[in-house]
Design a protein around this ligand. Structure first.
Ligand SMILES: [Ca+2]
Length: 310
């Protein structure tokens, strides 16, 4: 069982420069980190003396989360921003310096998503229960981008807001009257069928402070910030940050065409994430274990907000 603890790891990744830099950072830290992590895992999973493949897979998948966590923490310590929005990397488990075959000893695939790159659906209602007009209008623009009925915004608002005054005739029926705890609750709301959900959910979150990270948001999310942000302007933001990530929100006005609009976005945007979704899958001999998690990483000890192991 100490194979993993003392063994060497190597990482392979795509050819993107940024990802490579991250991978190098991971390589530097991995040896120091594994011991600390393994200790935690032994507590979490109990008897690991029997090196059963399911336990091993679980450990591998969890170590993928740990690698990701370290990657994000190091990035946040080194830069005032978080970029890009999504990082994917295979982590190949090796013995000595020879990578083992995928089918013999396992491969970990991790995907890191900055939750601040998404629109926080709960932000359409302020914590005091009143409507957040800016966020509500942003959400309607997001729906419109995907040709979804704008009434869905009213139905979700009534689902979340604490009052029982319907915006549409039946939109308070069986409403939760509280913020969403997870995105799949949307499927309980009239007007959100599976195909609508599949279209919009990749751009939505229930975590974080509601600020959109301009270093990581995709085109539909950037466009939802303002009526004046066209697809072309959103592409301009992406081109800009791919060369120089935004170090602070005021730099948004440097993007051609956003000299004025950019100013109006201050207060609704950010340049770094605080919540990250990390999906780690470990595969060995055709068997797979997936850990899907959301962690708050904002200085101090990272906090698990969501954890599902399948
Ligand atoms: Ca309500």
């Amino acid at each position: 069982m100490f194979k993993l603890v003392t063994g060497h790891w190597s990482l392979v990744t795509n050819k993107k420069g940024m990802a490579l830099v991250l991978v190098l950072m991971v390589l530097v830290i991995i040896t120091a980190m594994i011991v600390e992590f393994s200790y935690g895992v032994y507590i979490g999973t109990g008897a690991l003396y029997n090196w059963q493949s399911s336990q091993r897979l679980s450990l591998l998948a969890r170590s993928g989360i740990q690698v990701s966590l370290k990657t994000i923490s190091d990035m946040k310590a080194s830069y005032p921003y978080t970029y890009p929005g999504v990082i994917e990397m295979p982590v190949v488990v090796t013995h000595g310096h020879t990578p083992l075959q995928e089918d013999s000893d396992g491969i970990i695939h991790v995907r890191i998503e900055d939750e601040n790159s998404k629109f926080n659906i709960n932000s359409i209602v302020y914590p005091n229960g009143t409507l957040n007009e800016n966020a509500f209008n942003s959400f309607k623009r997001l729906l419109s981008y995907f040709s979804v009925d704008p009434e869905v915004a009213d139905r979700i608002t009534d689902w979340i807001d604490p009052d029982s005054e319907p915006r549409l005739s039946d939109s308070e029926n069986n409403a939760k009257n509280a913020p969403l705890d997870s995105l799949d609750e949307l499927l309980l709301i009239k007007g959100v069928d599976r195909s609508t959900y599949d279209k919009i959910s990749p751009y939505l979150t229930v975590y974080g402070n509601g600020l959109i990270n301009i270093n990581s948001a995709a085109i539909p999310v950037l466009m939802c910030l303002s009526d004046t942000i066209t697809e072309e302007l959103a592409e301009g933001i992406i081109r800009y940050r791919d060369i120089i990530p935004f170090e602070d929100t005021s730099r948004i006005v440097k993007v051609a065409g956003l000299e004025t609009t950019g100013q109006s976005l201050i207060g609704r945007i950010t340049v770094k994430g605080t919540y990250f979704r990390i999906i780690s899958s470990a595969t060995t001999k055709g068997v797979k274990r997936i850990v899907d998690s959301v962690l708050e990483i904002s200085g101090g000890t990272p906090t698990v907000k969501y954890w599902k192991e399948i």
